[in-house]
Write a protein that binds this ligand. Structure first.
Ligand SMILES: [Zn+2]
Length: 114
């Protein structure tokens, strides 16, 4: 089992991050709270698994398993939908890249005429 810890640290990317626990996007300033893989971290190199959102922090460690499980269920639902998509498309009439490029040329020509 991987040894994990939680680390608060300063980084230089102030942007939206997806929470590693619940999957929700959150605006993150330069102060991050991350899950760290201690086995893969060495010396000054910290191996982060992902960042934790304020909602998961507020929910507390006692709810991390249920929040992660809900996130995993969402991925399983998506994975099943993608599998069904692949199965549903098997045998469907499939255009070639050349047909698509010809269609793109036609669309572009039609747009220029308007
Ligand atoms: Zn979260």
């Amino acid at each position: 089992m991987t040894e994990l810890s939680i680390k608060m640290w300063q980084h230089n990317a102030c942007m939206d991050f997806s929470c590693v626990i619940c999957g929700r996007l959150h605006q993150q300033s330069c102060a991050a709270v991350s899950v760290v893989d201690e086995e893969l971290s060495e010396g000054d190199t910290t191996e982060t698994v992902g960042d934790i959102c304020p909602d998961c922090l507020a929910a507390g460690a006692e709810h991390v398993q249920e929040r992660a499980h809900k996130h995993a269920e969402e991925w399983r639902t998506w994975a099943n939908a993608i599998d069904a998509l692949g199965e549903g498309l098997a045998g469907v009439d499939w255009p070639t890249v050349q047909e698509w490029e010809a269609f793109e040329d036609k669309v572009q020509a039609d747009i220029r005429l308007e």
